[in-house]
Ligand binder design. Sequence first.
Ligand code: ZN
Length: 159
Amino acid sequence: MSSRVVTFHYVLKDKAGKVLDSSQGHEPMTYLEGSGQIIPGLEEALKTAKTGDKQNVHVKAAEAYGEHDKSLMFDVPRTQFPPTEKIEVGMKFRAGSPDEPSPVFTVTSITEQNVSVDGNHPLAGQDLFFDVEVTDVRDATLDEVKHGHAHGPGGHHHH
Ligand code: ZN
């Protein structure tokens, strides 16, 4: 069976119903099935989706951005950062080498000695609630399958 390319609009809410993100007023989201372009729990829920479908999808934290991992929160001595670099709360950086993917760390607080960082995704540990409207479903093109991502509006643009 060939992979599909699914295009959808969404409103993302947290447990309390607060809107965290939305595609309204933007291009819809487009993904190639099986390519990891969207969170696993949402892709699973849209597996049989057809054009025009509206769905409310509840994605458990583990199937979204993962459980909150305390071991990804730690202090780094200020001396580990280049002295010329201005460190600010909210700054993001990736540790490790280019061929070894590591989480993105966010600076959460700074003291004279230490920089506290958090490698959890901002939405880690949260159940997510999506209102989804599927606007298009089609078979993936050979190029898309080869590239491992969807092309076109909302998908990958080649320059
Ligand atoms: Zn491509």
